[in-house]
Design a protein around this ligand. Structure first.
Ligand code: NI
Length: 150
């Protein structure tokens, strides 16, 4: 395993759309292991492949319940909305309020290539939306809510 460099805001690659993974081979599994290690070393709760320079639809998330890898994830259903503070490992030192669903249900392939359903609420739902957005070149700063108070 290896820690990879995290692309920083301003890097054009962060704005590109990632491609679907068509084969879960050793390269993809190594990428996932490296992404987990990179996420933990940066004290993040999620990381998307474009953040380490790979335009593939791969995400890792750990909100404190163990790591989950998502390959070609798709959101099936959302419920509720709530606003909370958010940040991004590619935009260090910046955070802001973003509205996200309270509940998210997604389908994804796991590392074995099995299609699984992952449900998340609160922080997990937020992390899923944030990281999946990265796969389409969308950053949380695109979705900031004007606070109106400081
Ligand atoms: Ni991010």
């Amino acid at each position: 395993m290896a820690i990879r460099n995290i692309r920083q805001y301003g890097d054009e690659l962060l704005r590109k759309k990632s491609r679907k993974v068509d084969k879960i081979d050793k390269r993809i599994l190594t990428l996932i292991e490296d992404m987990k290690e990179t996420m933990y070393s940066a004290n993040g709760v999620g990381l998307a492949a474009p953040q380490v320079g790979i335009l593939k639809r791969v995400v890792v998330i750990d909100v404190g319940e163990g790591p989950i890898a998502f390959i070609n994830p798709e959101i099936l259903e959302t419920k509720g909305r709530y606003v909370d503070s958010e940040g991004c490992l590619s935009i260090p030192g910046k955070d802001g309020m973003v509205e996200r669903p309270e509940y998210v249900k997604a389908k994804t392939l796991n590392e074995k290539g099995e299609e699984i359903i992952v449900e998340g609420t609160q922080l997990m739902a937020r992390a899923m939306c944030h990281e999946f957005d990265h796969l389409d070149g969308v950053l949380f700063i695109d979705k900031l809510i004007e606070s109106g108070e400081e």
